[in-house]
Design a protein around this ligand. Structure first.
Ligand SMILES: NC(=O)c1ccc[n+]([C@@H]2O[C@H](COP(=O)([O-])OP(=O)(O)OC[C@H]3O[C@@H](n4cnc5c(N)ncnc54)[C@H](O)[C@@H]3O)[C@@H](O)[C@H]2O)c1
Length: 259
């Protein structure tokens, strides 16, 4: 077991990629907090992982809300005693061309992806610095490296996470805290399923064309990345034992983007 007796907060883990990360971390012996806006779904995921409630708990948390992040993190530390891993994963997608993008939607997306990453990091570091160890994993995207039409705030936020991770890697090193970014290609989660018809409408093409010509066009094998692929990468980063692997980004995208 790679995470025996470790503790983790995974944000946005009531669904999709985050949920699979929480499942894999628990399989590897970690105690996991399912921190999500949707408390009912978070509780259901926690129950699915551990019906006794000892190794998995649901936490109501809007990652863009300072009080909720600080209170939720404090509650998890009180419950589990330590905090070894933070996966800053919660996110949304809103698609529209820049020329039509509503300012309120731009701000909401940036608040969840960027304010959320900052607030959860700050809350986690306060504990990790005391422990002198920790691993912070940001859920970036191929859109941390590459751009697509219709996704201005998402691409901007995902690029920014690389910068945040590098600063945290530099500041955290003396406390044994590492920070890295996972950059997945398209994964069939509710977030992606919602945008297929939206992109088809905005681009004037069919949904199948969105999959073939937009989402999978540049992969080496025309395959979606899976939640399992991303969760195994998160496990690797969470369990890595030294500062040798910090300030990095790992692209998991069937070769869509190579560097
Ligand atoms: N699906 C993909 O193709 C893909 C690719 C690259 C990166 N990502 C990133 O992976 C992360 C997870 O995406 P997913 O595809 O699993 O999406 P998802 O919609 O399946 O899950 C997102 C979860 O985040 C939660 N959430 C939303 N806003 C929140 C907030 N303010 N506070 C707390 N929780 C909140 C939702 O309730 C949901 O449970 C996101 O950061 C996304 O940008 C996804």
């Amino acid at each position: 077991m790679q995470l025996k007796d470790k503790t983790a907060i995974v944000t946005g883990s009531a669904s999709g990629i985050g949920k699979e990360i929480a499942i894999v971390f628990a399989r590897e012996g970690a105690k996991v907090a399912i921190a999500d806006l949707d408390k009912k779904a978070a509780d259901a995921t926690a129950k699915e992982i551990d019906p006794t409630g000892k190794r998995a708990v649901g936490v109501a948390m809007d990652v863009a809300n300072e009080e909720q992040v600080d209170a939720g993190t404090a509650m998890v530390i009180k419950t589990f005693g330590t905090l070894d891993v933070l996966v800053s994963n919660a996110g949304i997608q809103i698609v529209a061309p820049v020329v039509d993008f509503e300012f309120a939607k731009w701000k909401r997306l940036l608040a969840i992806h960027l304010d959320g990453a900052f607030l959860t990091t700050r809350a986690a570091l306060r504990q990790m610095y005391k422990q002198k160890s920790g691993s912070i994993i940001y859920m970036g995207s191929v859109h941390s490296k590459e751009a697509s039409k219709l996704k201005a705030p998402y691409v901007a936020a995902k690029h920014a996470l690389l910068g945040l991770a590098r600063v945290v890697a530099k500041e955290g090193a003396e406390y044994g805290v590492r920070a890295n970014v996972i950059c997945p290609g398209f994964v069939r989660t509710p977030l992606v399923d919602k945008q297929i018809p939206e992109q088809a409408k905005a681009l004037g093409i069919t949904e199948q064309q969105v999959i073939d010509n937009v989402m999978l066009k540049d992969t080496v094998d025309h395959q979606f990345t899976t939640v399992e692929d991303v969760a195994e990468t998160a496990l690797f980063l969470a369990g890595f034992n030294s500062n040798a692997l910090t300030g990095q980004s790992i692209i998991v995208s069937h070769g869509w983007f190579m560097e």
